[in-house]
Design a protein around this ligand. Structure first.
Ligand code: MG
Ligand code: MG
Length: 251
């Protein structure tokens, strides 16, 4: 198994800078998004914003041939939706906005799911709880803790509300590669898995559904959607393991 990279002070400084811009990109998208917009418009907005900072580029663009600066996953789409001028947002949709900023050879990665206009209370609750599962997972991040502590915390929150967990998708280490060791499952057992050490940077990302956790791949080869057609939500943060706990770098 490949070892988990430990970042240098310089690398952490670069990721902190990129992470700040990534968080601001998501803030901008969340503020601007409305019915009638295409997912391509959001994509362009994100790309322009990221590139307005010297040395920063959208980390997803060109990744294994992905064409967007962001992934836009609407309703039953769980992850990796491709921005398109033909996908127009409607009131009542929910959309996952997943984005990465690349700076000085390092990636950061974060996602939020937001609603377009007014959505039903149970959908609001679903998004809120998925975000809560991320927060509870991130709370486990500290030196001496195990990766399984994160997984177990995410799973506990989502299962308490009987939401589906997309087990085929996982969180991951992030740095010189967008996806590095370790794999961070969204189900797991406390006290198992690799031990966390200061300097590790982890992307924690619960992906939940209002039904079952099974997913299928769309004909575009990228978009993963729920097999039962239920809504899906996705939240992600890039988090540094510090000497005495953690620091959220992005999201
Ligand atoms: Mg992501
Ligand atoms: Mg990720």
């Amino acid at each position: 198994m490949r070892s988990i990279p430990i970042k240098t002070t310089e690398e952490i400084e670069a990721m902190r800078h990129a992470g700040k811009i990534l968080t601001q990109t998501l803030d901008l998208l969340e503020r601007s998004i409305k019915a009638g917009m295409s997912t391509k418009e959001l994509d362009q907005m994100a790309e322009d914003f990221i590139r307005s900072y010297k040395g920063c580029t959208p980390g997803f663009k060109g990744y294994h041939g992905f064409t967007g600066a962001i992934c836009t996953s609407i309703n039953q789409e769980a992850v990796h939706g491709i921005p398109s001028p033909d996908r127009i947002l409607e009131a009542g949709d929910i959309i996952g906005l997943d984005c990465g900023v690349y700076y000085k050879g390092l990636h950061t990665d974060a996602c939020r799911t937001v609603a377009i206009g007014v959505v039903d209370h149970d959908i609001r609750q679903f998004m809120k709880i998925t975000r809560k599962s991320l927060q509870e997972g991130v709370k486990q991040i500290k030196p001496g803790g195990h990766i399984g502590d994160i997984s177990a915390a995410v799973q506990t929150v989502l299962e308490r509300f009987d939401y589906g967990i997309v087990e085929d998708c996982t969180g991951h280490g992030v740095g010189h590669e967008l996806h590095e060791p370790p794999e961070i499952m969204n189900v797991g057992i406390k006290g198992t898995g690799p031990m966390m050490e200061p300097g590790m940077v982890l992307a924690v990302e619960p992906i939940s559904t209002m039904g079952e956790g099974d997913i299928k791949t769309a004909p575009d080869g990228w978009t993963l959607y729920t097999a039962d057609g239920s809504l899906s939500a996705h939240f992600e943060q890039t988090v540094l393991v510090t000497e005495d706990g953690h620091e959220i770098l992005a999201g």
